[in-house]
Design a protein. Structure first.
Length: 439
């Protein structure tokens, strides 16, 4: 019986292709929008999980807090920046390197050493990022770059945070190194620097000891980012250049196997608090859960908005089925006159409306896949145009889970059947005599 209904429904749709096509198009728009948004959201969530998995779910991420009275005004910050710009000009020192400004050489790793000494900690490292004025003999003018101070051994201890890190020329830092730099591939090219070149950062000359291999590896902002634009120096040297030796931009602490990561985070906060350094310490697992929750809420909201278009498609199916019932009233009367039951007529129109929804869902799923791919490529090209966001460009890849495809097909078929339920009931309740009188 269902097969007969299906064949009859296909025949009816083929007799009115324009109307059927427009009805299906309404469902296609809604399904495509939902599939595209959900697949992109799933892709972003997967990228976040992969990046945190690379760092390790037994890792604690330490970020600086704000001490009371430590914010400073924008005017003072701008004045300091202008002063450093003037000092960084080659003419300011007659082309000679100025000595380090006076600073208390309290080890930056004072709190770090205490953290490393904790029995539940396997390894730990910190980084500090500052905006620097950079000049070199191979580059005309003055460049403004980010210089990142790193604690010893952080590249080896946390390779997942520096995806694609590999020294192509020279070497990485060694223990006696102080005035040394490791440059990303793009930075080395722009500065015209090679291993052994002298690069001036702020008012101090540094020697390039290593240049990183060019990499296309990048995440969605959880890891370091674009290594091609990196300029690394020992963190003690960065502290001497900029003062405030306790300042950090980020810390990474790995818990020993079997240890409670949240307990390690609490212990890290205690150590830094004793040193007078306000920090926030959370596990990567907790960070991943927070980001995933935010992305999930955003995805649900966007999908709900897109579902409005799908609802409009369902209304279109209902309108088409009402029109079909009116056009076939006499046929319904003949069917009932020769013995068709109400359930037979009801099933016929439900199958037809469900078929309209299923066709729209199938085409909409394919269209959604194309839309999500185009959208991801467009966002990637946009991010590649922003140097600080280049690493994000490769992280946005749509993800099509089997449940998404099944939900799109099944949901659209169900939507069509529900939309056609009222017209089908009206057709099923027609009395044969009244239906046969219909001209």
């Amino acid at each position: 019986m269902i097969w007969d209904h299906l064949l009859w429904s296909v025949h009816n749709l083929r007799t009115r292709p324009a109307r059927a096509g427009l009805t299906v198009l309404g469902v296609v728009v809604g399904v495509a929008a939902v599939v595209a948004l959900v697949s992109i959201g799933q892709g972003l969530q997967r990228s976040v999980h992969e990046e945190f998995r690379a760092i390790g779910y037994n890792t604690v991420v330490v970020t600086p807090g704000l001490a009371s009275g430590d914010a400073g005004s924008d005017a003072l910050a701008l004045e300091a920046l202008v002063g450093r710009f003037i000092q960084a000009q080659p003419e300011a020192t007659g082309g000679r390197a100025a000595p380090f400004r006076e600073a208390v050489r309290r080890p930056v790793s004072s709190a770090l050493d205490e953290v490393r000494a904790l029995p539940e900690v396997a390894r730990a490292g910190v980084i500090r990022t500052e905006i620097a004025f950079v000049t070199s003999a191979g580059m005309a003018g003055l460049g403004v770059l980010h210089v990142t101070g790193v604690s010893s051994g952080i590249f080896e201890d946390f390779p997942g945070y520096f995806p694609g890190f590999a020294v192509a020329e020279g070497r990485c830092f060694r223990s006696p190194d102080e005035l040394s730099l490791v440059l990303g591939a793009d930075v080395a090219r722009d500065l015209g620097a090679s291993v052994g070149s002298v690069v001036r950062v702020e008012d101090q000359e540094f020697t390039v000891v290593g240049i990183l291999a060019r990499t296309t590896t990048g995440g969605v902002g959880v890891t370091f980012g674009n290594l091609n634009l990196a300029l690394f120096a020992p963190i003690e040297t960065v502290a001497l250049l900029y003062g405030n030796p306790d300042r950090i931009s980020l810390g990474l602490v790995e818990a020993r196997p079997g240890e409670d990561v949240n307990g390690v985070a609490a212990a890290v906060r205690t150590v830094f608090a004793r040193s007078g350094i306000p920090v926030t310490a959370v596990s990567t697992k907790e960070l991943s859960a927070r980001i995933t929750a935010v992305l999930g809420d955003l995805q649900t909201t966007l999908a709900a908005i897109a579902a409005v278009a799908l609802l409009a498609g369902g209304i279109g199916v209902m309108n088409t089925m009402y029109t079909s019932v009116l056009e076939r009233t006499r046929h319904i009367g003949i069917m009932k006159a020769v013995g068709a039951k109400d359930r037979h007529v009801l099933g016929l129109f439900l199958v037809e409306s469900g078929l309209l929804g299923l066709l729209g869902g199938a085409i909409g799923t394919l269209a959604g896949a194309v839309m999500s791919g185009v959208a991801a490529a467009g966002v990637g090209r946009t991010l590649q145009g922003a140097s600080e966001l280049t690493s994000l460009a490769g992280g946005i890849l749509p993800r099509f889970e089997p449940w998404l495809i099944l939900a799109a097909l099944g949901g659209s078929a169900l939507l069509g059947a529900v939309a056609g339920a009222l017209p089908a009931l009206r057709a099923a309740r027609l009395r044969p005599v009244e239906a046969l009188r219909h001209a």
